[in-house]
Design a protein around this ligand. Structure first.
Ligand code: NCD
Length: 455
């Protein structure tokens, strides 16, 4: 019989547990700061002589402190990634955790807004974007995700990764809940990844594929969903070739819907796992140059990735044949600032491959999605691969240590050379592995909303 475990969160500065404080705010990579520390830090930063005691092993760094850590390079804020030179003050906590004055301010704002939402013009909040216990009923896309909400999800993915390292235990987050994977399009990694994630969280998981379902007998999408609901489904994970199908289902079901890819539109969990893989390898992506290469036009992966990467401050360069590049992409994304800020999303369209790759920190190659293409968009596959294929020679234009990603499935030798796909820069297998932890975190997020509704 599998054991069930609950995960406890603690403030990374004072060590208090979530239930000992009013509020715990999550940063990326499993760091947290509580409301008590936020108040103490605010006080100390405003008045160095403050009588308010800082927690043990926590102090404001001074000019006498080295700007570099013994290992790991510059001292950086564990929440936003800025270095000491980029901020006015930095507080060091135990075990190498740091928080800068800007993040302390932001945490204070979050705490105060939550205490008195009306005074901050947020009388009605549909979700708590920056919270460790934030809730969302559905995950349809990531276009309205803030950096702090992404950070909070990543902190949970870290905890889920730790749980996955203990294969003998199961969590009880979704115990007693029926989760259905409703896949109208082929999939291996996404479906299996959701299935493993649901099972690890204790759900009863069942898979429905279009060819084995009543869809082939003409049952409509809504009828199918109503049937699943009558059978007790609380969570529906859906993949469809129709953009908007998950949104439609979400409007006809009491439970939660997670989009596992809809047409050309969105693939939110893929974007989150891609970013998570990059952050785990390179740290914060702010100011990094991330190239998405290939068939951007038909790619739901690219569309969702642009939202999350730009929300975290990366510059996204879209590169591919002009016929496969959405021409207005840069303006379209720039018109929607990152939630909670007026930060412009940095998107560059660069059809010249050598210019795009120069100085890249990450190159994300996309599959040539021929099943979605009209005739006449490409001269031939051979010519496409000669001009747009990611080869070891072209990769040399990127920065040293640049990462290569691909959402899979790959057309080896078409958009990516096998020497790159299986070379040192490739983190393609890590993407697949990280996908389970990210999907667990996403399922937990929507399950939190389900619980709140049932209260
Ligand atoms: C992608 C998809 O289906 O959108 N793959 C995936 O989910 N891992 C990308 C693709 O099909 O090219």
């Amino acid at each position: 019989m599998a054991k069930t475990t609950r995960i406890t969160y603690r403030c990374s500065f004072c060590g208090k547990e979530q239930n000992e404080v009013q509020r715990l705010i999550a940063g990326p990579g499993g760091v947290y700061v509580c409301d008590e520390c936020t108040h103490a830090f605010t006080e100390v930063l405003a008045n160095a002589e403050s009588a308010l005691a800082l927690p043990a092993h926590t102090r404001v760094l001074t000019a006498a402190d080295p700007y570099k850590e013994k290992v790991g390079g510059l001292v950086r804020c564990s929440f936003c990634g800025k270095s000491r030179e980029q901020v006015n003050a930095m507080i060091a906590g135990p075990g190498g955790v740091h928080i800068c004055n800007e993040c302390v301010d932001l945490c204070l704002q979050i705490i105060e807004e939550e205490r008195n939402p009306a005074a901050h013009g947020h009388a009605e909040q549909t979700h708590a974007p920056s919270s460790a216990d934030g809730v969302r009923k559905h995950l349809l896309d990531v276009d309205d995700w803030s950096a702090s909400e992404i950070g909070a999800l990543f902190a949970r993915a870290d905890a889920m990764g730790a749980a996955l390292a203990r294969p003998e235990t199961k969590l009880d987050t979704l115990r007693g809940k029926v989760m259905v994977n409703l896949f109208y399009e082929n999939s291996t990694r996404t479906r299996v990844s959701f299935e493993l994630a649901g099972k690890k969280l204790g759900a009863d998981v069942t898979n429905v594929t279009a060819s084995a379902s009543s869809v082939t007998k003409g049952e409509s999408l809504i009828d199918t969903v109503r049937t699943l609901q009558a059978l007790g489904a609380r969570i529906v994970v859906v993949r469809s070739s129709q953009a908007g199908a998950p949104d439609l289902i979400a409007r006809h079901i009491d439970g939660s819907v997670l989009n596992a890819g809809d047409g050309w539109h969105a693939h939110p969990t893929q974007a989150l796992l891609d970013l998570y893989t990059i952050v785990r390898r390179l740290g914060p992506v702010r100011g990094r140059r991330i190239v998405i290469l290939g068939d951007i036009l038909h790619s739901r992966v690219a569309r969702s990735n642009i939202w999350t990467l730009t929300a975290m401050g990366a510059t996204v360069v879209l590169c591919g044949p002009p016929t496969l590049l959405p021409p207005a992409a840069a303006d379209l994304y720039a018109a929607r600032p990152v939630p909670g800020t007026d930060a412009r999303r940095e998107v560059i369209v660069e059809p010249h491959i050598e210019r795009a790759l120069e100085g890249a920190d990450v190159v994300m190659a996309l599959r040539l999605q021929r099943e979605r293409q009209q005739a006449g968009l490409l001269p031939s596959i051979r010519e496409y691969s000669a001009v747009w294929g990611l080869t070891p020679e072209r990769l040399k234009l990127a920065n040293p240590g640049a990462l290569v990603l691909h959402p899979g499935p790959m057309n080896e030798g078409v958009e990516i050379d096998p020497a790159v796909a299986y070379g040192d820069a490739s983190v393609i297998e890590e993407q697949v592995t990280n996908g389970v932890a990210i999907r667990m975190a996403a399922l937990e997020l929507v399950a939190g909303a389900d619980q709140k509704r049932g209260e």
